[in-house]
Design a protein. Sequence first.
Length: 277
Amino acid sequence: MLTRPANVTVRDLVILPSSVDIQAMPSSETSNNKTRLIMIFDKFKLQSKVALVTGGTRGIGLAIAKALGEAGAHVIISGRTLSGTAEAELAQANVSYEFIPAELAVQDAAAQLVTAAAERRGRLDILVNNAGVASHGNSSDYPDEAWRRVMDLNVDAVFRCCRAALVPMRKQGSGVILNVGSMSGIASNIPQHQVAYNSSKAAVHMMTKSLASELAAEGIRVNAVAPGYIETDLSRGGIENPEWFPIWQSMTLSAASGSRKKWPLRRFSCALTRRAM
């Protein structure tokens, strides 16, 4: 089991595998083991890196922004507004950040945001496309306006941010893009009807694969994550729905336990506190 040297903080370690004991390393450990551990975790540090997180003012986006900041990156957070609660979360985590407001559903907003972020710090190392919206409704009467609203933010804005980020990343010869997709882009959720949201997230995952194969030779990595149900403002309506939530519960890996407290890091977890719901 890897353990932590007494003079190394959790902030220094940045990423802890589940097997890591975060208590101080016993004095009996050799100096070689201590040095090896520090060298491993040094590879995950992000000092001098600049990250842009869209939709970074709450939920999953805020949690990602905090994690990047705790790893040493300067984080530029974008959203419609930045709440006092989010500011307090970031301050408590001692994150170096700044906020740029943006409405990414507007066609030119993505390019303007990415350009401004790169100009403020002279580079852009990481782009996290997290901004998104969910919408439910029966396909037979789902309006064009609602479909367009979902696609504008969940698909078009993601591509536009990626496209704009290629300018500074190609200049640097490196960069990382992380697109936040969803399990809904891989499996159709039930019992809610959400054809637009599911379709948009499926597009994000194929967009990610296409960009990854196109840009790998230029030193730009593009990946996606597909979160399950995470307790955020976006999912709270479904969690509080007496018809939906029992079905969601029944489909989780830990449903047989009958206890939400036993589901950390599975489909039900809280993005802000990393505690099970």
